[in-house]
Design a protein around this ligand. Structure first.
Ligand code: SF4
Length: 477
């Protein structure tokens, strides 16, 4: 849900083949006179269902035959040779996500305002996107074809929402019957085929916590290293999700969870050599507990699930403060390399604006406002205060309440355009920076449908967007 890396194009009909969106000038594709809107339907006689099939069927092949359907309906056959691994210079349409067949108690679709954009009600669950972008799937409605495809095309790792290994609890959480919820055979099959898995537990107080959580983590750890890691993230309920079966996460609940899981983490480090089960940053922040050390997170296997983001940012920030500006380079800090660990090299990633930090800042103005979610704001403010004291800059951090979703939603990634605009009279200085994660990656709009241009027009000062790498890069100039 709300995965901005891909666009749920629900209105498009699924047609065989994969559509070309761009052809690089002078490339093999260009020489073959392939054009945007051409659809490649077969490669070497094998049907192409999507971009992943195309990649799989062309990989390492030097003699290729394409069947291409032109926009006018004509199908042509193109035979050609290429050097091994020579790039074809083609870009393709995004994969259209498959929908889930669950009714999860905590599904974010149930937490949307009634008038939210239709795309916010899309329940995408797709093993291809799990491989490409690290999106979680429950595997509960995976077809035999998809199982075979994961194994044949080595779509590894897969990201699986397990929630509980106790079958009754899992079925209850997913809102499906036990036979559908039971994925034990599927997991065994994937693991036997050496497909790596990362697991997720959305922690719901009084449902899959306590002994159920301990059993889940132990069951999964028994499959380490094929099950590489498990993220335990707290359920976040908006003000619209009023299902009485769900209990909100409290600071006391977070403290208890940390206490219980820490014991298991110690045990896993002893027996497996890694922490294996990671708690989401939100749990530590809500509990008022210290964020674990860098070593705790290893290579941050679940950072895009909000696990270790704060530690990664804090360490990069500390390093920046301790280094003279001339030697500072965000690439050296390791943060950039960690930011997209779940996104596969094979993924189609829309070009993102890089280093979009305020020119005013570079030009000498160090007076501006940084907006972020309520959860991260106190952490960012503490760091920025130290930075201001050290450099004499005048940066202000403002926490933006999430009025659109309300409830427990306090992460920056779910802030909407109207939430950000509501802060316009409070910003100070020559510019305002908003979190890049609030903007859709392939289209400049926010979750509530407001366009980036609309938002910019409503602020009295220029608006820029920054991710944590961009922020550190800006501050180190
Ligand atoms: S798997 Fe569950 S949480 Fe995810 S989209 Fe489907 S119903 Fe919602």
């Amino acid at each position: 849900m709300y995965e901005f890396a891909v666009t749920p194009a629900v209105t498009q009909l699924r047609r065989p083949g994969v559509i070309i969106t761009e052809v690089t000038e002078g490339s093999v594709g260009d020489e073959l006179e392939l054009c945007p809107a051409d659809r490649i339907v077969k490669v070497n006689g094998r049907t192409v269902r999507d971009y992943l099939d195309f990649r799989f069927q062309t990989a390492g092949e030097t003699e290729l035959t394409f069947h291409v359907k032109k926009p006018d309906g004509q199908t042509i056959e193109i035979e050609f040779d290429r050097d091994e691994d020579e790039d074809l210079g083609l870009m393709f349409e995004q994969i259209i996500p498959r929908q889930c067949a669950n009714e999860c108690l905590f599904c974010f679709c149930k937490g949307n305002p009634e008038d939210a954009r239709p795309s916010l009600f899309v329940r995408d669950e797709d093993i291809r996107l799990s491989f490409l972008y690290g999106n979680y799937t429950t595997l509960s409605s995976i077809t035999e074809d998809e199982m075979k495809r994961i194994i044949e095309q080595r779509l590894s790792p897969q990201y699986v929402s397990v929630h509980a290994t106790d079958l009754k609890t899992r079925a209850y959480l997913l809102g499906v019957d036990e036979s559908r919820a039971d994925i034990s055979d599927k997991l065994e099959r994937l693991l036997a085929a050496d497909i790596e898995l990362h697991a997720q537990v959305v922690l719901c107080p009084e449902i899959n916590d306590g002994a159920i959580l301990e059993k889940t983590l132990r069951d999964l750890a028994a499959h380490y290293p094929k099950v590489v890691s498990t993220a335990v993230v707290p359920v976040a309920l908006t003000r619209y999700n009023t299902d009485e079966r769900l209990t909100r996460v409290t600071p006391e609940f977070c403290r208890r969870t940390i206490y219980e899981v820490e014991k298991l983490q110690k045990e896993f480090r002893k027996t497996l050599g890694v922490t294996f089960a990671f708690l989401g940053d939100e749990i530590y922040i809500k509990a008022g507990a210290e964020i674990p050390s860098r070593r705790h997170y290893g290579n941050y296997p679940q950072i895009e699930d909000g696990v270790g983001m704060v530690r990664s940012f804090t360490n990069a920030f500390e390093k920046m403060l301790s280094e003279p500006p001339a030697s500072v380079g965000v690439q050296k800090r390791g943060v950039k390399a960690l930011a997209n660990v779940r996104t596969n090299n094979a993924a189609i990633v829309p070009p993102q604006s890089q280093s979009n930090w305020p020119p005013a800042y570079a030009g000498g103005s160090d007076f501006g406002t940084l907006l972020t979610g309520e959860m991260f704001a106190p952490i960012l403010r503490e760091h920025i205060d130290r930075y201001n004291a050290q450099t004499g800059s005048r940066l202000t951090v403002l926490a933006v309440p999430n009025a659109y979703f309300g409830g427990d939603v306090s992460v920056a990634g779910l802030l909407t355009g109207q939430d950000l605009v509501a802060m316009k009279d409070k910003v100070v200085g020559d510019f305002v920076a908003i979190p890049t994660i609030t903007i859709k990656s392939d289209e400049p709009i926010f979750l509530d449908g407001m366009t980036y241009d609309d938002l910019k027009r409503q602020f009295p000062v220029p608006v820029y967007d920054l991710d944590t790498n961009g922020l550190i890069e800006m501050l180190s100039k």
